[in-house]
Structure formats: C-alpha cells, structure tokens
Design a protein around this ligand. Structure first.
Ligand code: KG4
Ligand code: ZN
Length: 338
C-alpha cells in the first residue's frame, strides 16, 4: 500500500499543503502566496503573514486533499514545518497540523524547513539518491549541506551575515525593482553586462562559509556614489554584475565542498536555486568538472508543502513522531532535534 503524506508549510509568506505518495509522486501541491500584500510594504511583514496563514490554511489543505482525491483516513501521516521561520507564521501551520492529526488519529511528523528544500530534489529526480552536496540558498538561509543519507545532514558552510536571497531582495530594493527581488534581478540581468562593475567575491580560506554583506554594501555604495555625482546608472548592468558576484561565491564554495567530500553529485535547493543564471553557470561547471547536477523546477525551489511531505515521508519511515506538545521552533538548526 502506498504511503500518503499530507505536508503543511507556513514558515514565511506561503501557505501550502500537498499530498505526496511514497515520498516521490506529487498528488497535489497547493500554494497560496501572500507576495502581493507583502510587496506593498517592500518585504514580509510577520504579523500580516500570520493572519493570512490563518485565513488560508483550511481552504488550502482542503483543496490539497480534494485534488489528491484522498480523505484524512487515507493518509499515513501529517508532516508539518516546525521551523525555522517566522514564529507566528510557523505557529499557524503547527497548530493546524496538530489539531488535524489529533482529530484524525494520524501520526504527526515535524520537518525542518531546510530538510524540506533539500527533499524537493527527490520529487524532481526520482533516480536521485544520497550522498550528495546540496546548496540551499533562499531568503532565510544559505547553507552548503552534505546529505549523507535521507536523514543525515552535515552543514559544511553557512552564511555569516545575509542569506543570498536576502541580498537579492535588498539590492532589488536599492534599484527600485520591488519585492521579491530575486526574480526581478534575474530578469533584468539578462539585459545587462555582468562584467560592467567588478563587485567583491568574499571567500574564506578555511571553510565554506558565505558572506554577502560585502557585495551588498559595495553595490549600495556604487549606486550612491553615482547618484551623488549626478551620473546616470544602468540598472541592468548593476543587477547583472551583482548577480554574477553572488553566483560566483555560491558556485565556488559548493564545488569546493563537493571536492572535499569526494562526491560527484551536486543539488541546488531553495528560492535562489530557481535563478536562471545560477542554473546555467552551474550546468557549465558540472559539464567541465564531470559531476552530476540536479535542481528542481522553480515551483519546487520556492516554499511549497510537497517538499515537506517528501522529507516527512523519510522521517515517518524512520519512526519519527511528534507529541501534541510540539511547538514552533523559529531558530532550530538543521540536525537539531525537533
Ligand atoms: O525558498 P524561498 O521561497 O523562501 C525561504 O525559505 O526563504 O526563497 C525566497 C527567496 C527570496 O529571497 C527570493 O528573492 C529568492 O528566493 N528568489 C530568487 C529567485 N526566485 C526567488 N533569487 C534569485 N533568482 C530567482 N529567480
Ligand atoms: Zn524556504
């Protein structure tokens, strides 16, 4: 019998529910995005996010079950993002999943959000198996993770300041492009010259950590200097040059980590993994250096619940089960007990 997992995700500004069979077949994947509301404020407003999750979660879950043509009694478990994320936003998903699990007598499986992003690759590529190196780059995280097996993760590098997506969002704001900045910079960069301005690419000698505050400040200073001098800026060139710097940093560390771990499979995950230039440049590197590269389609890169159901499936098989005392864990680290 197939094991059907209902996934629930509400860690930031997407209310999502999905049903996944045996950790690989997506039967439904419903996402209610709040982007329109938050873009009005130029970024995610946590209090608004929580309220919108409360409004949407019931309908989104009902839709996911209906589209998958499954009732609660047909499920094996309910998986929910327990953290990290915005505490109020997480609490909506966690409370809803707890009530549903209690009412339906189903096991409740807590999932780490980053583990979910990594698992999106299993949904997109049925043949993929660990071990591999995964670059997880999103609005809240920039990690290089060694996935030893489905449930074991070693963090080889993390950002020391901004996450990659956060840097994209901030620079998009400086350039007046709006929120979320990643897709906007991605698009505008296609019209610009990535070599127009040489922005710094920070790397550390002894580890695979990231730092994006240097490149962010350099772009801001460049824009302000030009404005002070009354010179016209070419936004497409700045966007492309900024993007080139960020991508070089991401790729450089990821490939070095794969080399150190002696693995020839590399995966991309998280919202920034949908960046067309990152995919293109990484693909070229993979061909040149002879490693296999995987990345999910954009809808599975950004926040969704199918990835939570997939990660939840492997956790469920391992016997992981949360009590109804489960709380939202806004700062939980990957690998920490949920
Ligand atoms: O994974 P995600 O939906 O949420 C978090 O877990 O943070 O990632 C959202 C982030 C935002 O910062 C957004 O600007 C960035 O991913 N993003 C992109 C692209 N699409 C989304 N960054 C670069 N290029 C893109 N095409
Ligand atoms: Zn995410």
């Amino acid at each position: 019998m197939k094991k059907l997992i209902l996934g629930i995700e509400s860690s930031c500004d997407e209310t999502a529910a999905a049903v996944v069979a045996d950790g690989k077949d997506i039967l439904s994947n419903i996402i209610a995005s709040q982007i329109d509301i938050h873009s009005y404020y130029g970024g995610v407003v946590p209090e608004i996010a929580s309220r919108k999750h409360t409004e949407a979660i019931y309908t989104v879950t009902e839709k996911a079950l209906k589209e998958a043509n499954v009732s609660l009694s047909g499920l094996s478990a309910i998986a929910v993002t327990a953290g990290p994320g915005l505490v109020g936003a997480l609490l909506v998903g966690v409370s809803f999943a707890k009530s549903l699990a209690y009412a339906a007598g189903l096991p409740l499986v807590p999932v780490h959000h980053i583990e979910g992003h990594i698992a999106a690759n299993y949904l997109a590529h049925k043949e993929l198996k660990p071990p591999f190196i995964c670059l997880v780059a999103s609005g809240g995280h920039s990690h290089i993770v060694y996935a030893d097996d489905y449930l074991n993760f070693e963090i080889l590098g993390r950002t020391r300041d901004d996450a990659a997506g956060e840097a994209y969002d901030k620079i998009a704001r400086v350039l007046g492009l709006g929120y979320p900045g990643g897709p906007k910079i991605d698009k505008l960069s296609k019209e610009g010259n990535g070599k127009a301005v040489k922005f710094p690419r920070v790397r550390f000698d002894d580890c695979f950590d990231f730092s994006f505050s240097g490149v962010k400040t350099a772009v801001m200073n460049y824009v302000h200097n030009m404005e002070q001098k009354g010179e016209k800026i070419c936004r497409a060139d700045i966007a492309a040059s900024f993007q080139e710097a960020v991508i070089d940093i991401l790729i450089g560390n990821t490939i070095a980590a794969a080399k150190q771990k002696n693995v020839n499979t590399v995966c991309l995950a998280g919202g920034v993994a949908s960046n067309t230039r990152l995919r293109e440049k990484m693909t070229k590197e993979a061909e040149k250096k002879g490693f296999k590269l995987y990345y999910p389609e954009p809808v599975l890169c950004t926040d969704n619940a199918a990835m939570i159901a997939c990660a939840g499936y492997y956790e469920f098989l391992s016997g992981k089960k949360a009590e109804l005392t489960l709380n939202a864990l806004p700062s939980v680290k990957l690998g920490q007990k949920l």
